[in-house]
Design a binder for this molecule. Structure first.
Ligand SMILES: Cc1ncc(COP(=O)(O)O)c(C=O)c1O
Length: 374
């Protein structure tokens, strides 16, 4: 099968995915225009949209042993002022991928209305790894072999090989691909949908004008290096027109610094080792959390996830998520995010970061578990 590549002419570098959003909002919207966004999802969209005088209209993700787009509600949310549908693939904090069937429906909806898809793929490299028999969480290990992680379960599948986009110092041609397309699935949980395929990037071919965003803040775990990109895809005449205007926006700011651009090929080469460490930590923390919840069943339930760095817990809704989060912080010294931050449709959810060092996570999870058991 011939490798797919991205034409460098269709890539715009930005100094962060967040900045990429502001370019896209400028490109697609007049003040008061609307963009559909998933709920729950990443809270920063609201601020970015406010700054650009863009109105965000939520469309629900529904949970039933996994998350899916409520496509009837999405269709109902479209208005003549809708300029794009945003997807986060996989989503933060739910860790759910857009399924191939959903992506196809989205492309059809957007193409027929002449609106764009904006696909945020900052977590695409972090599909949940299967824990093999050899994997143990740190609490299952004795202190001494804590560092002896099982690399076969590590996340190096995409990253252990250079992306091919930088070894020769050339423009990052295959960035879209490197964020998931080439994934080796053998050691991963299938997260691409019922067809068993690996999660696919939106960067290749669509009937609709599509902007695919990612950056090194997540895929190389280097947020301070401030480098990200967007790839324009879809019908060529729409892509060309969009790129002409995006070039003006990007040239106006000239934001990405040269040092990070020069270092990018090396960063991308290194990402396999970084991702493997993070993935291992995420899997160990999740394993610990699950074992804890199973050890003494109580009012907490961890929702199914397919990817990313977070776990969503269903908690009692007798008080607000925020009240629980504040009390956990003040009484137990445990920092969690209330679901409300992420626009969950109802109370009863907390979001836990899984990238904390294992000792800290375990202590925090124990205190949280005790808090709700009491
Ligand atoms: C879904 C999502 N998109 C975008 C961003 C921002 O990324 P960047 O650091 O590239 O601006 C984040 C950061 O957490 C995120 O979770």
């Amino acid at each position: 099968v011939a490798a797919k590549t991205i034409d460098p002419e269709n890539i715009v570098l930005t100094s962060g995915t967040s900045e990429g959003y502001s370019y896209i909002f400028r490109l697609l919207c007049d003040p008061g225009d609307e963009i559909l966004v998933p709920a729950p999802s990443y809270p920063l969209f609201e601020f970015l949209a406010d700054l650009a005088d863009v109105r965000l209209v939520p469309y629900p993700l529904l949970y039933d042993h996994g998350w899916q787009i409520d496509s009837d509600a999405l269709r109902a949310a479209l208005t003549p002022r809708t300029r794009a549908v945003l997807v986060v693939h996989p989503n933060n904090p739910t860790g759910s991928f857009v399924k191939p069937r959903e992506a196809a429906e989205l492309a059809e909806i957007c193409a027929s209305r002449d609106i764009a898809i904006v696909a945020d793929e900052v977590f695409l490299d972090y599909a949940a790894i299967k824990r093999t028999a050899g994997d143990r969480t740190s609490h299952e290990r004795t202190g001494g072999d804590r560092a002896a992680v099982d690399r076969t379960a590590g996340a190096g599948a995409t990253g252990d090989r250079p992306s091919g986009d930088g070894a020769d110092g050339s423009t990052p041609r295959t960035v879209g691909e490197s964020t998931g397309h080439e994934r080796t699935t053998a050691d991963r949980v299938d997260s691409g949908g019922a067809d068993g395929a690996a999660p696919r990037t939106f960067a290749f071919g669509s009937a609709a004008l599509t902007f695919t965003l990612s950056g090194i803040s997540k895929i190389c775990a280097l947020p301070q290096m401030k480098l990200a990109w967007m790839v324009a895809g879809g019908p060529q005449h729409l892509v060309s027109a969009a790129m002409e205007r995006l070039e003006i926006i990007a040239d106006t700011f000239l934001s990405p610094g040269a040092p990070a651009q020069v270092a990018l090929p090396r960063f991308l080469e290194m990402r396999g080792a970084l991702q493997a460490q993070l993935q291992q930590r995420v899997a160990a923390n999740l394993g610990y959390l699950d074992a804890l919840l199973q050890s003494e069943p109580g009012p907490l339930e961890r929702l199914a996830r397919e990817a990313g760095w977070y776990a969503v817990l269903r908690i009692p809704s007798s008080r607000s998520d925020e009240e629980y989060a504040v009390e956990l912080l003040e009484r137990c010294g445990v920092l969690v995010h209330p679901g409300q931050f992420f626009n969950f449709s109802q109370e009863g959810f907390l979001v836990l970061s899984l990238i904390a060092p294992e000792d800290e996570f375990e202590e925090g999870a124990r205190r949280l578990h005790q808090f709700f058991a009491a």
